[in-house]
Write a protein that binds this ligand. Structure first.
Ligand code: OS5
Length: 230
């Protein structure tokens, strides 16, 4: 099976590339795509650059040009839920775009006509992740992840996102990737390890924990790939 693994930042895919052995590189549409064989699968790996637009381009190319049949996102997130500490893992049950606002026309926050408020993730991959978490002895949270083109570093914005979308974590790419997968009919899995808690100290925490949290997420996603069957 051809499986896509993507992150937004170089730091999010580096620990994946360090563990897959030899790979080939392909430049296309402003990204570098890395292909290799791993655990009896063909992998295509890339980081998109930050935000919803770049991540949607990358996910689309992975599906349309590289033939990805499943897509796994690995990276870091700002924690919202009080249960989530830095380094903890959360997989998205569904994802929304917290910065979409056409409420002037009477639509709810985050809703685009002919779209869905929430983009789903794949039930099978989430249940596989639950089994892997038990086997690895790691705690894996699940919940709603809110995406927007903003690095959130304010309690006020974080609390608004929590209340409006019942979100447990936030980031800048997951919902656009899940929306691409939803529209192409490709199973999607979004995993994030917490790098900060999206408050006044978020920039400092992000800088301090990006690498270690990205490694936590990457390690888990590689276990997922090993356990995915054709
Ligand atoms: O990809 C962006 C979203 N990520 C998840 C995340 C997050 N999202 C929103 N709010 C939060 N509180 C979040 N915490 C974790 C992380 C990432 C955030 S944007 C970070 C940008 C940092 C940066 N800017 N310039 N550089 C790094 C240097 C640079 C130089 C050359 C090439 C690339 C980067």
């Amino acid at each position: 099976m051809t499986i896509a693994i993507m992150g937004a930042m170089r730091e999010e895919i580096e620990p994946i590339l360090e563990n897959v052995g030899e790979y080939q590189t392909h430049e296309y549409a402003g990204n570098v795509f890395y292909t290799c064989s791993y655990a009896e699968h063909n992998l295509v790996i890339a980081y998109s650059k930050i935000g919803k637009v770049f991540s949607a381009i990358t996910a689309t190319v992975m599906i349309e040009r590289f033939g990805a049949q499943k897509l796994l996102f690995s990276g870091v997130a700002g924690g919202i839920s009080d249960e989530l500490a830095i380094g903890d893992l959360i997989m998205a049950t569904q994802l929304c775009q917290h910065d979409v606002d056409i409420t002037a026309f009477g639509h709810p926050d985050g809703f685009i006509p002919e779209g869905t408020l929430m983009a789903p993730t794949d039930d099978e991959m989430r249940s596989l992740a639950g089994e892997i978490a038990i086997d690895m002895g790691v705690e894996l949270y699940e919940g709603i992840i809110a995406t927007g083109d903003q690095f959130v570093a304010s309690l006020e914005r974080k609390n608004w996102i929590a209340k409006t979308f019942n979100a447990d974590a936030l980031e800048m790419e997951g919902a656009s990737v899940a929306c691409v997968c939803q529209n192409f009919g490709i199973p999607c899995f979004v995993l994030r390890a917490i790098s900060d808690t999206a408050n006044g100290g978020a920039v400092e925490d992000f800088d301090a924990f990006l690498k270690t949290s990205a490694q936590v997420s990457a390690r888990f996603v590689l276990e997922m790939v090993k356990r995915i069957e054709d």
